[in-house]
Design a binder for this molecule. Structure first.
Ligand code: ZN
Length: 719
């Protein structure tokens, strides 16, 4: 059994493991980080012409509404987030700091009393409030008592002595006069003044030490990883701080501001009586956090890939169809390692029970995401340099044109993974960094679920079984895309007697092949519509017809006609709940009395995630939840909550189950339908006659510990 290591594969491919985005990022010999490349990139809030110009105009008019000021600031923040993520981080940190820490934190504040909240807190600020009226409450209080103009002058004076050009100082001074929410330090840096000079001057004036972090040394550059873990990287990023070392018992923390509230916060988090604060540059903190982030990411992705690659054999994934261009394959896809990588991608999907694979070339990596239990998660990150080769390999497997990169294509891959035949429905789409590939996994095993494994309550199971056993009529399954409608229909068909009955389907597309059933593919382009296929089927003496979807009046009309002439019709509709399916059929143009006469039952469904049985935890419900449960007719001492373990990718959930709302149309409801009721009225009637709603069914599953309240509420919003 061959064992492969990611490094070996990469080096075989000639991938420079040192390149940015390489899965193994070395940390010692680092180039200056990306911030260096941008002129003025050191500014946490880049100078946006609109912002300054806007403020200026407002200043001249004497109408500087704090609300508009905040709006402009917020716009800058979002802009900078797109251009340069770090800008946003530091902007956020500053805003948060200003909101939470208050007085002592501000080195600069030209109009201390009149200030209002900062841009990020814009929602709180009344837009029409004029600056002449200070904001009420804590915001304004928090901003009061900042640094005095004298201190502004001190800093400007010191910088002038240090040889900073006067025009830059004047410009910075003007900015903070016009935008009182901004800090002088930021304005100075924005003017292109070296952050080191600015921060060291600030430190000198405040009488605290100033230090640089040696980023060239990577992880050995003089910051304390253990303390960082205790503070968490998120906290450091948000507040722009970095633990540097411990002196005696006292942690030394680098920060961009000398702020006692921040210092208190750090003391509490570290559980120490005192810390020493030193001033550092934001540049150094961002650089250090970047190094740490990369090392963590590189470690994880390396571990992941190696462990996966180690149990892959080259032959584990075989393309079932004989390749016509077998020789080209090697050439186009690079070499064997790419084939192995693609195999790993597909195998991972099978191992994790994914329904879709998304392969997206990004700037620095090839993002491989999987849809597992309905949610996308990123599991593999091969280097970006492999993007084109991986895409080409997949296109070859799907018999697509590998030379065509500007047009979307779609195809199908048939392969065997670990002895299991699977089908992948693949599509490509040109995008920014190449072509994005999405593959839907059509796994016959995942569809061959029995009706009684789908999570029906006992009553629903009895009623639904009875209605699909009926000799004629329409049974509808309804719900949004991805709610498991096809699985339910297939499971229903499987319960029917295929020997004694002629069962036909019209599908778009045929997702799975069912034994003993005639399946027809719809082709709208050549005129083979659902309605046309259905008419053709009706001439084939069918007993049961499954129709992929009822989309239009014509199809609905033929379906009703079939149901009323002694055939059983199963189909799907795209509605949110069971009662609205009935009204939908009327709304697309069918006679209400025909709908009432034809429809046997409507099943609305959703898929909810099941709690992972390996890690779910018990909890006494909070008063609020208890009240909610009581309102829903349940009383329970305990509820289950997701925790997360290795078996569920730390999500706390594993696998999915359906929740159902089954409307059985009886004679009384047929009369009601014939009178063409409105949706709300009809739904109320259905519930009065005993229909269990989606949410009620979901709450039953909460009660029995299968899932959580939040999961049920997530999929049944408003139902
Ligand atoms: Zn678990």
């Amino acid at each position: 059994m061959a064992k492969y290591k990611l490094q070996d594969i990469l080096s075989e491919l000639g991938v420079d493991a040192n390149a940015p985005g390489g899965a193994v990022a070395p940390l010692l010999a680092r180039k200056p980080h990306a911030i260096d490349k941008h002129k003025g990139a050191l500014t946490s809030l880049p100078a946006m012409p609109g912002n300054q110009g806007g403020s200026g105009v407002r200043a001249n008019e004497g109408d500087r509404s704090a609300g508009s000021g905040a709006g402009a600031d917020a716009a800058v923040v979002s802009d900078s987030a797109q251009v340069e993520g770090r800008g946003a981080v530091s902007a956020t940190s500053r805003a948060v700091e200003e909101l939470t820490s208050g007085a002592a934190g501000h080195l600069v504040n030209s109009e201390p009393v009149k200030e209002e909240a900062t841009g990020l807190a814009g929602g709180v600020v009344n837009g029409s409030k004029n600056q002449d009226h200070p904001a009420d409450g804590s915001m304004a209080t928090a901003r009061r008592g900042g640094e005095q103009p004298a201190e502004v002058q001190d800093l400007l004076g010191m910088l002038a002595v240090k040889g900073v050009p006067a025009d830059k100082l004047t410009a910075a001074e003007l900015i903070i006069k016009q935008s009182p929410n901004r800090k002088l330090v930021d304005a100075l840096i924005e003017q292109g003044i070296d952050e080191t000079i600015v921060q060291s001057s600030v430190a000198e004036l405040a009488g605290i030490p100033f230090e640089r972090i040696n980023l060239d040394k990577g992880l050995d550059g003089g910051f304390d990883g253990k303390l960082l873990q205790r503070l968490t990287a998120e906290f450091c990023k948000l507040r722009m701080v970095l633990p540097l070392r411990t002196e005696g018992q006292r942690p030394v923390i680098g920060s961009t501001t000398d702020n006692v509230f921040l210092a208190d916060d750090i003391k509490t988090r570290l559980g120490v009586p005192s810390i020493k604060m030193v001033l550092v540059t934001g540049y150094d903190i961002r650089g250090a956090l970047e190094i740490i982030g990369e090392s963590v990411a590189a470690q994880t992705s390396e571990d992941n890939m190696s462990s996966i690659l180690s149990d892959v054999e080259e032959g584990d994934v075989q393309v079932e169809r004989k390749q016509v261009e077998e020789t080209d394959l090697e050439k186009a896809a690079g070499a064997n390692p790419v084939i192995r990588l693609v195999n790993v991608i597909i195998q991972t999907a099978m191992k994790e029970g994914a329904s879709d694979i998304h392969i997206e070339p990004a700037e620095k990596k090839l993002k491989v995401r999987y849809r597992i239990d309905g949610e996308l998660c990123e599991l593999l990150n091969p280097p970006a340099s492999l993007s084109a080769a991986v895409t080409s390999r997949l296109k070859i497997m799907a018999n697509l044109d590998i030379a065509e990169r500007r047009l979307p294509q779609d195809g199908r891959i048939r392969c065997v993974v670990g002895g299991r035949k699977i089908d992948l429905r693949m599509s490509t789409l040109p995008c920014g960094h190449g072509e994005k590939t999405v593959m839907r996994i059509l796994d016959s095993r995942s569809i061959s679920v029995e009706l009684n494994q789908l999570g029906f309550s006992e009553d629903a199971m009895t009623i639904w079984s009875k209605s699909i056993d009926a000799p004629h009529g329409i049974n509808l399954v309804t719900g949004p895309t991805g709610s498991g409608k096809t699985t339910t229909l297939y499971a229903s068909l499987r319960t029917l007697d295929k020997t004694a009955m002629n069962i036909c389907t019209v599908e778009d597309p045929i997702e799975y092949h069912l034994d003993g059933i005639t399946q027809t593919q719809m082709h709208e382009k050549i005129g083979m519509t659902f309605a046309m296929a259905l008419r053709a089927l009706l001439r084939q003496d069918p007993d049961v017809i499954m129709l992929g979807e009822i989309r239009d009046l014509e199809t609905a009309g033929v379906a009703v006609q079939a149901a009323l002439t002694g055939h059983l019709v199963l189909s799907t509709l795209h509605t949110n709940d069971a009662p609205s399916s009935v009204t939908r059929l009327v709304n697309i143009g069918l006679e209400p009395f025909l709908v009432g006469a034809a429809v046997n039952a409507v099943l609305a469904q959703r898929l909810i995630r099941k709690l992972c049985v390996h890690c779910k935890g018990e909890q006494a419900p909070s008063e609020e939840i208890l009240e909610y449960l009581t309102m829903n007719g349940m009383s329970t001492e305990k509820i289950f909550v997701p925790k997360g373990c290795d078996k569920c990718r730390k999500t706390g959930y594993s696998g999915r189950v359906g929740i159902y709302e089954l409307l059985c149309v009886d004679d009384q409801l047929r009369d009601v339908i014939a009178r063409n009721p409105n949706v709300a009225e009809f739904r109320r009637l259905c519930i009065e006659r005993g229909m269990i709603t989606l949410r009620q069914d979901g709450m039953q599953k909460v009660n029995s510990g299968v899932t959580t309240i939040s999961e049920v509420l997530r999929v049944t919003d408003g139902h």
